[in-house]
Design a protein around this ligand. Structure first.
Ligand code: HEM
Ligand code: NAG
Ligand code: NAG
Length: 540
């Protein structure tokens, strides 16, 4: 007998026991009554199609076309009503009680990001706690979140970021030196890894005033962080199975058990321990150095303002926040840069025009970079089509009524103009799907077309996010902390590279990349390698 049947048998038994003990079951929200895709796996529900499809969005974008901007899918175990009911009964965890909603409707998204009724979802909460530590900015709520953000966001404000321009330009110069040293010009090479080194170096110098020197390959911490992120997003079948298993089971594992698991003497866990050790050491060192110097006056930088804020009472917590910005700022920004370079290599005419724009502008101030239409058109179109975090998982912390910008017809044929849901309802804010709504971005929403950003108003709806009406950086009080830094960094590095190099795709027919979700949205060659192969020549 197969394992599936064993499990099914167990479930039926559970159901019988349940029926005998007969406790009352809480009523469900309306989510279950909406139309959505049919479930193909009783064990995994729709999750593999949503998170682990070969090309990101393979199913999700079609579901959106068919069912509109709000529809339910089944979570793990969700295809089996019996199993779901029994789990929900014995293990009163929100994630098993209802199907999950996939949401890209702008009014609904706005409510989720701004109302305060939603917290980070159970799988992402556990994952963030494992990697960063307890009480990180992703998981704390309400007053705790406000306090943490009012400390953290001061060094990410527009005034602070403007002063970082020289540092960012310096990293860009180092990146160019590195390309030269590695013999990139004249060759076809994978540019992706080095971009991630550059973004880590920028966060280090710009925010922590610390030189990781990841670009020089000298930093142990950078290597361990790389190893850890590569393991978490590894392309092997085994790793994907493990990721799926982790996504399914993490919400149910108590923190205390999880902590023991991470102390187990196995290589993967060893890497997490090493990373924690190195980052904790670094954070104490950085705090000590600052304190010594601080007698000289009140500084407003990241570390000083931590010591001065309410958060500063626990030095141990600084490591948590250090890990949070180092990890969150690296592959998101590096990946976006990678996509920009790849698309420029593909669109050689556009690349030539952009080089001309750079030659005419010779940007030196942040305002100069912002005033370059072609530069920002390509960056914005990449952020729209290749959002590094295409989905945000959220859970309702109270019963609430979701507003809808257009009515939905339920399975029973009734039209509803708002959607009551129960506390514990899990939702995905479908960032990538939102960026493909024809009602917002026009009939060619699915097409990669940077020139749309040269038009009057490419986004036909209200702005949900902080930048260019895009949702790429999320919105509301938990909006991305580092969006200004990310944009400036991408602008500066693209300009620096295009001034010096002509990019083109390798001659092989096999130079198409696909998008794969591996923590962030990463480029993958069709034979499954995490690479961006580009041919590089010096500008003559
Ligand atoms: C192109 C680059 C980036 C993209 C697309 C991006 C996107 C996002 C998104 C979608 C979220 C919300 C995630 C969620 O709550 O589920 C987020 C949050 C966050 N991002 Fe970014 N990010 C980028 C760069 C950065 C950088 C450079 C930093 C810092 C150095 C950073 C730090 C953070 C932090 C700390 C949060 C949590 C904010 C909170 O919960 O209050 N990000 N980002
Ligand atoms: C920083 O966070 C606080 C608290 O959430 C908020 O009031 C303030 O507007 C934020 N500032 C910026 C520049 O985002
Ligand atoms: C619901 O709306 C659709 C489309 O707008 C319409 O065709 C249908 O008749 C409506 N159904 C009811 C029960 O009002």
């Amino acid at each position: 007998m197969s394992t599936d049947k064993w499990i099914l048998g167990l479930c039926l038994l559970t159901l019988v026991i349940l029926w005998i003990t007969r406790r009352s079951h809480s009523s469900r929200g309306l989510a279950e009554q909406l139309r959505g895709p049919k479930c193909s796996s009783w064990l995994y529900g729709h999750i593999p199609e949503l998170l682990f499809s070969e090309e990101y969005g393979d199913h999700e974008f079609q579901w959106q076309e068919k069912y509109g901007p709000v529809y339910p899918i089944q979570g793990y175990f969700g295809g089996s009503f019996a199993l779901r009911l029994s789990l929900a009964h014995f293990y009163a965890h929100p994630i098993v009680q209802e199907s999950r909603l996939v949401i890209s409707d702008p009014s609904t998204v706005k409510y989720i990001t701004n109302s305060g009724v939603f917290a980070i979802g159970p799988s992402q909460e556990k994952a963030a706690t494992v990697v960063f530590g307890r009480r990180n900015v992703f998981v704390v709520r309400d007053g705790d979140h406000r306090r943490l953000r009012s400390w953290m966001n001061s060094s990410f404000s527009s005034n602070s970021i403007r002063t970082l321009l020289p540092i960012i330009r310096d990293t860009a110069t180092k990146l160019v030196d590195r390309w030269e040293a590695l013999g990139f010009p004249g060759n076809t090479v994978d540019v992706s890894g080095i971009l991630n080194d550059a973004t880590l170096d920028t966060t280090g110098r710009a925010i922590l005033e610390y030189h990781f020197n990841a670009l020089d390959g000298q930093s142990d911490l950078a290597k361990v962080q790389r190893g850890m992120l590569d393991t978490l997003g590894s392309p092997t079948k085994f790793a994907q199975l493990a990721a799926q298993l982790a996504d399914a089971t993490l919400p149910y594992i108590p923190d205390i058990v999880l902590r023991y698991v991470f102390e187990l003497p196995i290589p993967t866990m060893g890497m997490f321990q090493e990373y924690k050790k190195l980052t904790d050491e670094l954070s104490l060192r950085l705090l000590a150095v600052k304190r010594k110097r601080q007698a000289l006056g009140k500084n407003q930088d990241f570390i000083s303002s931590f010591s001065n804020s309410d958060e500063g009472s626990g030095d141990d917590d600084f490591g948590v926040h250090l890990r949070t910005i180092l990890v969150t700022g690296q592959d998101t920004t590096g990946g976006t840069l990678g996509w920009v370079l790849y698309k420029l290599a593909e669109m050689t005419d556009f690349q030539q025009q952009l080089r001309e724009e750079i030659r005419l502008t010779r940007p030196t101030e942040q305002a100069d970079y912002n005033a370059m239409p072609l530069l920002n058109a390509i960056i914005n179109e990449i952020l729209r089509m290749y959002s590094s975090l295409p989905l945000a998982e959220r859970v309702a912390v109270a019963d609430c009524i979701l507003p809808l910008s257009q009515p939905i017809t339920t399975r029973a044929g009734a039209n509803i103009s708002e959607l009551p849901i129960k506390k514990g309802q899990c939702v995905y804010v479908a960032i990538a799907s939102y960026h493909r709504l024809a009602s917002i971005w026009g009939p060619d929403a699915h097409e990669f077309r940077p020139s749309r950003w040269l038009d009057e108003k490419p986004c036909k709806g209200q702005a949900l996010g902080p930048y260019a009406s895009l949702l790429s950086f999320f919105g509301g009080p938990a909006v991305c902390l580092g969006w200004r830094l990310a944009i400036l960094e991408i602008q500066v590095i693209v300009v620096e590279l295009l001034e010096k190099y002509v990019l083109s795709l390798p001659p092989a027919d096999n130079n198409r990349l696909r998008t794969r979700l591996a923590v962030t949205l990463v480029p993958e060659t069709l034979d499954g390698k995490r690479q961006i192969p580009i041919h590089i020549e010096r500008v003559t």
